[in-house]
Design a binder for this molecule. Structure first.
Ligand code: ATP
Length: 826
């Protein structure tokens, strides 16, 4: 195939999307052409049951692609396997082949399928059921399964489709009722396993260990087949998640069309001003509306991914409005899509989009998983979806074999988005990040071990599977608290009640706060106790599945937040006072006047009021609140800067410090990420070694605060977290360190591995932070660089230039005292 002719269509669509934009406002910062790839098909593995081949062929699959056959055969041989290939590369077939063949060959064999969402599970079940293979009795067992069906599933189903929540609460907790199913459990399929990250991922990792233990009790040792979006080190991740060695299959043999990928930065608006008079960019959603409208005019079947449900609806509305001025009929071909639709509604929408009856759909991430829409002409991503895995998952909906497509990434007002549109290599040349999880977090281990022991007494040799030493400490605590009992043969559950219902695997534990609509008494959802004052304080606008509510009352004693439906024209942002103290320093690197540390901290916070803002960023007013102080015991990474290096002391020269006391402890020092395809050399790190930031003392708090905000915004580039999963504190003088200090901490009790990743990647992380600030053309700080949407201090004080000076000094010292290797992880 001729690559250029092929990519012509993507280019043509991009030209259309940018038509009429004056050169001075041209928003595209980079364009990349991704070539087409031909299919690599192979014969059906000889062991595949004839019925399976027949059913798949009847469904239109003539032959498997190489990676499907390879993964299937490994699983068939009894090896745990992780298949990590692109969107729509047919990962389902890879596990269907061995599972279906086993179920056909052995009447008593069974299999379990786990997916992170019910919708995805339902899709996969539908696809298996549609094969209509006689000996396969596939059924779902989740929160929606009617009670009368549940007995049938336990007694008869040989392939059960469920999710981690139900496995935890409804299956392992009463495993004796599932003994038939467990006895011949041959395969466990863990679909979209890259989504098991952070605290949820740590819970799922321990849940899978519980599953293996229960299966072993009934005499089974199932083979695990994990399916993941492309990820950095799938074998390591899958092994950590499943607790056993997994063989990776990563060579993608599915065909793909050429794609033109454009990075797009909306222009700064001159007429609007945000917090503290900062400039604001045109919103990514508004920009996506315009692009979507242009694509629809061109007849391109397009999908726009928008971060919130309301945003998706506004984007669709905006596109329709633009189109109605061109042609009323065209406006009808644009719709919004969100989660919460019934399966039939989703099917209808998929079909309409595939047939071209609908041309443009704006959607939340709901469409990211479990929807069989591929081969579109264009995909617009309004805002970075948080991880590269999601980015490619969404971008992968565009392009089919033999036809080119366009992908447009539109940056939101956010430092990470700014960084990415100015550093294309960080998107285009980087392996998808490894998902981070930490099954040794005592806050996760405690409740998980309690559940495990309630399921079956834990014996000494089993402790290793639950983390060895880390588990031992937690077990001792549980014994002390009289939750379990230690006998010579192991650890035993003492109560008649099961702990499962108390253990939430998606949150950080503790008694959840119920959010209830006062009028109807309907429970909308729950909020972690630690974030209740922040998320559902009186007056807060609370979003639930895209609908908007306002909180009337928060009662922490009874664990209740009462809300009413209201969709006001503002959002709220809490103001809080935060304090942090160091409980334990685990690692310290000294680099001249800079130290970089990792350890445990206690963060206390008190929400003292909130601001109401218009979507433009304009602040309406501030309301005081009287809420109690909260405290969080978690992990943090922090750096300190000596007064000499800040240049705010009595003039002590930093020269005297050079070369003294600087030693590296353990951690590899990494190079920064590349810019536009070429790597930034260490000389570009900024700041000559040992030079001071030369900051007047009055500027130090604003400089540190701005550096902290941007660092929080950029950590998700290195750890698979959302900026909302982490927090930060900066101070010109900290009691425990005796120096100016910037902390970035995990937002969950016990941590989820994010601070640890920040510590391990300190140089590339801070270099990227500096780059993001420098790349933003605003004069004195805006949401694209140093302002934070969740700042408890109203983004005040912030000193953009000061932040660059601080980061230059820190990076200069790290380079002088630490940088030796040329190893890069990006
Ligand atoms: N060997 C094959 N030949 C032709 N079509 C195939 C083959 N394998 C799978 N498909 C089709 O490709 C589409 C995508 O498959 P599937 O949903 O399993 O991909 P996936 O990798 O799981 O996607 P996602 O990234 O969304 O998880 C389906 O419509 C499926 O029928």
């Amino acid at each position: 195939m001729d690559g250029t002719a092929e990519s012509g269509k993507g280019r043509r669509l991009l030209d259309r999307a940018t038509a009429g934009i004056p050169a001075s406002l041209y928003p595209v910062t980079h364009v990349a052409e991704l070539p087409a790839r031909a299919a690599d098909s192979v014969d059906w593995p000889a062991w595949t049951a004839a019925e399976v081949v027949e059913a798949l062929k009847a469904g239109g699959v003539d032959a498997p692609w190489r990676h499907q056959a390879e993964a299937a055969s490994l699983a068939r041989e009894g090896k745990h396997v992780v298949i990590s290939t692109g969107t729509a590369s047919g990962k389902s077939l890879a596990y269907q082949l061995p599972v279906l063949s086993a179920l056909i060959e052995d009447e008593r064999a069974s299999a379990l399928y786990l997916s992170p969402t019910k919708a995805l599970g339902a899709d996969q079940l539908r696809s298996v059921s549609s094969l209509d293979i006689k000996k396969v009795r596939a059924a779902s067992y989740d929160g929606d399964t009617p009670l009368e069906e549940r007995d049938w599933v336990r007694a008869h189903a040989n392939w059960v489709f469920t999710n981690p929540d139900m496995l935890h609460r409804g299956i392992l907790s009463s495993h004796a009722r599932w003994s038939r199913f467990f006895r011949r459990l041959s395969f466990v399929v863990v679909d979209e396993c890259h989504s098991y990250r952070g605290v949820f991922g740590s819970h799922v990792a321990l849940l899978l260990r519980r599953l293996r233990r229960v299966a072993a009790y009934y005499g089974a040792s199932p083979v695990f087949v994990l399916a993941s979006a492309t990820t950095a080190d799938p074998a390591a991740f899958a092994s950590k998640l499943s607790g056993q060695e997994c063989v990776p299959v990563t060579e993608d043999g599915s065909p793909r069309g050429a794609r033109t990928v454009a990075l797009w930065e909306p222009p700064l608006l001159s007429e609007l001003s945000g917090e503290n008079g900062a400039p604001v960019r045109r919103s990514a959603g508004a920009e996506a509306s315009r692009i979507l409208a242009e694509l629809v005019i061109e007849g391109a079947r397009s999908l726009a991914f928008v971060r919130s449900r309301r945003g998706a609806e506004l984007t669709a509305l905006g596109a329709r409005r633009i189109l109605s001025e061109v042609d009323g009929a065209l406006a009808e071909s644009v719709a919004a899509y969100r989660s919460g639709y019934l399966p039939e509604e989703r099917r209808a929408l998929e079909a309409a989009l595939l047939s071209g009856r609908l041309l443009g759909v704006a959607t939340t991430n709901a469409l990211e998983l479990g929807v069989d829409i591929a081969g579109l002409d264009a995909v617009v991503l309004a805002g970075y979806p948080g991880t590269l895995a999601s980015f490619w998952q969404q971008a992968g909906r565009a392009g089919r074999a033999g036809d080119a497509a366009l992908v447009v990434f539109v940056a939101r007002d956010d430092p990470l988005d700014t960084y990415l549109v100015h550093h294309p290599a960080a998107i285009l040349d980087r392996p998808v990040e490894a998902a981070v999880l930490d099954p040794s977090n005592p806050y996760v281990l405690g409740p998980q071990l309690a559940c495990a022991i309630a399921e079956l007494p834990l014996t000494e040799p089993e402790v290793a599977a639950f983390g060895g030493e880390a588990a031992r400490g937690v077990l001792a605590d549980l014994v002390k608290e009289k939750i379990i009992r230690r006998r010579t043969s192991g650890w035993y559950w003492t109560s008649r009640d099961r702990p499962h219902a108390e253990v939430g695997i998606r949150g950080s534990g503790g008694e959840q706060i119920a959010v209830v609509e006062a009028d109807s008494g309907r429970m909308l959802g729950t909020v972690d106790p630690g974030s209740a004052c922040y998320a559902v304080h009186p007056g807060a606008v609370y979003l639930h599945q895209g609908s908007s509510y306002v909180v009337d009352e928060l009662d922490l004693e009874t664990g209740l937040a009462l809300v009413h439906a209201e969709d006001p024209d503002w959002t709220t942002s809490p103001r809080e006072i935060v304090d942090i103290s160091v409980l334990r320093t685990e690692e310290t690197q000294v680099h001249g006047g800079i130290t970089v540390n990792l350890g445990e901290v206690s963060v206390s916070s008190q929400v003292v009021g909130y601001l109401r803002r218009r979507p433009s960023g304009e602040v309406l007013d501030q309301t005081p609140l009287d809420l109690p102080e909260q405290s969080l015991h978690t992990r943090a990474v922090w750096y300190t800067i000596s007064a000499e290096l800040l240049g705010s002391s009595d003039g002590l020269s930093s020269d005297g410090m050079a070369g003294t006391g600087g030693h590296r402890a353990g951690t590899e020092v990494l190079e920064p990420v590349g810019t536009g395809g070429s790597r930034v050399g260490t000389e570009d790190l900024g700041g000559a070694p040992g030079t001071s930031a030369e900051l007047d003392p009055a500027r130090v708090p604003g400089a540190l605060h701005a550096a902290e905000h941007a660092a929080i915004g950029l950590l998700p580039l290195f750890a698979t977290c959302d900026r909302w999963d982490i927090g930060g504190v900066s101070t010109a003088w900290h009691e425990d360190t005796g120096e100016a200090t910037v902390f970035v901490h995990d937002g969950h009790p016990g941590g989820a591995g994010f601070a640890d990743r920040g510590f391990a990647a300190i140089v590339p992380w801070l270099a990227a932070t500096r780059e993001a600030i420098v790349s933003c053309e605003c004069p004195a700080g805006c949401p694209s660089c140093v302002q934070s949407p969740k700042c408890g201090n109203g983004n005040d004080p912030l000193d953009k230039a000061g932040a660059v000076a601080v980061l230059d000094t820190v990076l200069g010292a790290l380079r002088q005292h630490g940088s030796r290797s040329g190893h890069s992880e990006l």
